[in-house]
Each structure stands twice: as C-alpha cells, then as structure tokens.
Ligand binder design. Structure first.
Ligand SMILES: NC(=O)C1=CN([C@@H]2O[C@H](COP(=O)(O)OP(=O)(O)OC[C@H]3O[C@@H](n4cnc5c(N)ncnc54)[C@H](O)[C@@H]3O)[C@@H](O)[C@H]2O)C=CC1
Ligand SMILES: O=C(O)[C@@H]1CCC=N1
Length: 265
C-alpha cells in the first residue's frame, strides 16, 4: 500500500514519523507533496520518502490520500485532485472543523472518507486520535485506515458533533500542557534552577503523573488528595493557584478553543 500526504506540515510530519516508528509502512511507500519544495523535498530525502511534483501526481500514485493542509486550503486541494481521485480510494482528512458532509460535497459524494483529529504526540506512537468514518468507508478500506490510526497511539471513535470539544482537550491541549510545564519551569528558574534543569524536572514530573493515572486507575482528585499532606505545603500552593483562578483559566481557554474551531468567533 502507498500512502500519499498532501501538505507536509507539523501534524502530517508527526503522523509520518509515528507510522515509520511503528513500522506500519516502508518509508518509500509514503508519498509527499506540499506547498514549499524547499521544505518538503529535503524532509522526504531525510526520511527516505517519495516526493511528488503535484497533488494530482501524488493522488494518482497513492492507494490512500491523507489531507494534511490547513482547513482553509481543503477546498482548493480537493478541487485540484477531484479528477484524479479513484472512487474506491480512501481519503483521510485531519483538517479541524471540516465535516464529513463537506468533504463528501467536495469529492462528489462517492469517496470513502475517514475524518480524524490527531495530536502531535502521534510522532512517538503516544497520540490520541478521534475518528469518524463516512458510509462509503467499509471492508478492507475501513480495516486499513483504522490500523493506520491505531499505529499512532490511542483511538476513540465518536460522533463528529464531539470533534471540536475533543480537539480542544487533546489536539490543542498538547500546547496547553506544555504551557503548564513551561510555567512550572519558569517558577523553577525564579528559585535558582537553570531553565534546562527546571524544564527537565517539570517534564519528568508530568510524565510520571500521566503514567501514574494510567497505571493506578486512580482519578486525578485521588492523587491530589494523596499529595496534599494535612496542614502541608501542597494544599497551600493548590489553594493559591485556585485563588489566582487556575481552573477557570483552563476552562475559559478550552471555551475559546471550541468557539474558534466551530466558527463561533
Ligand atoms: N498541528 C496540530 O497539532 C494539529 C493539526 N491538525 C490539522 O492538521 C492540518 C495541518 O495543520 P498543521 O500541520 O499544524 O499546519 P502546517 O501549516 O504546519 O502544515 C500545512 C501544510 O500544508 C501545505 N500546503 C499549503 N497549501 C498547500 C497546497 N495547495 N497543496 C499542498 N500542500 C499545501 C503547507 O506547505 C504546509 O506544509 C490542519 O487542517 C489542522 O487543523 C489537527 C490536529 C492537530
Ligand atoms: O491549532 C489548530 O488549529 C490545530 C487543531 C488542533 C491543534 N492544532
């Protein structure tokens, strides 16, 4: 099988690297075309991928086409390849906010389509991806595209109406969690650690916390209660964070992400 990526930016690269790490596909069976030749050609050479000169050439040579462009470019790209797409060729779209209905409209309603909402942790097979398939995606095509996403990490099938909410607490939240890690690191710098050491401490602590939630099956609240010794330091810090509005700040950030993604602002 050959998988062609139209658009080779941050998210497509994370997926390509995850697929290669999982040994899901040989590097030269991944085809790429993007807007800037000076960027995607060296990237393809570095990873042993096959570069194509146009989106149509890529579509013709691929068994599966992955749309990795920003949402505003999906329409021109699908118009460009419409004449080349084979009606049995699955299309996987990662474009935030572009619904299956819209993708079907842009591909004459015949195409098997998987809409996905991945995150950049896919690069390390530690991704979290939402999926929704259209009615045309069945049989071997459905099996293969579901294996594709499973190679990137955890997968959750959900109605499209939940995609924007999911994206806020997963796709975008990778940045929000790193923002928190960076904030912890800066606090460490305030108290004399170098940024490098503080970031390492904050990162390892975050990794351990995520691992403990997964392995213990406990809720975050249960672990918070364990760490907060009666009359101790942590409860004092936690209450000060809450007084500064941490919970509200996080929820407001998620509200703004969802509003932007659903076009409500
Ligand atoms: N960055 C992330 O963490 C996530 C991104 N997504 C979705 O992935 C898509 C890509 O996002 P990013 O990778 O962040 O953007 P990006 O800007 O890094 O990548 C977009 C790529 O599309 C290429 N491109 C633009 N016009 C083109 C054309 N006409 N033909 C072929 N290629 C073209 C650009 O050269 C660039 O390589 C978006 O639709 C976004 O909603 C979804 C989940 C997470
Ligand atoms: O910022 C964005 O629009 C994309 C969607 C989810 C993560 N990145």
């Amino acid at each position: 099988m050959k998988i062609g990526f139209i658009g080779v930016g941050a998210m497509a690269r994370a997926i390509i690297e995850g697929l290669l790490k999982a040994k899901f596909i040989e590097a030269n069976d991944i085809l790429v075309h993007s807007q800037h030749k000076e960027s995607y050609v060296p990237y393809a050479q570095e990873h042993g991928l096959t570069s194509c000169d146009t989106n149509s050439e890529l579509t013709q040579k691929s068994d599966v086409v992955v749309i990795g462009v920003v949402p505003g470019v999906v329409k021109p790209v699908l118009n460009e390849i419409a004449g080349t797409l084979n009606p049995t060729q699955p299309v996987i779209s990662m474009a935030s906010g572009i619904t299956l209905d819209r993708l079907e409209e842009l591909t004459d309603y015949n195409q098997p389509i998987l809409r996905i909402l991945p995150n950049v942790n896919s690069a390390f097979n530690a991704g979290m991806t939402a999926v929704a398939a259209n009615e045309n995606l069945t049989g071997d095509n459905l099996d293969y595209t579901m294996k594709f996403v499973a190679a990137l990490g955890e997968v959750s099938e959900m109605p499209e109406s939940q995609f924007a909410n999911f994206s806020a607490i997963s796709g975008s939240a990778v940045a929000y969690i790193d923002f928190f890690i960076d904030a912890l690191s800066r606090a460490g710098v305030k108290y004399g650690f170098t940024k490098e050491v503080a970031t390492k401490i904050a990162t390892q602590t975050t990794l351990g916390s995520a691992q403990s939630l997964i392995e213990s099956g406990e809720t975050p609240a249960e672990i918070i209660d364990k760490v907060c010794s009666p009359g101790g330091d942590t409860i004092a810090g936690l209450l000060a964070m809450e007084q500064a509005g941490l919970l509200n700040a996080v929820v407001k950030g998620i509200d703004a992400t969802i509003e932007k993604s659903t076009g409500n602002n």
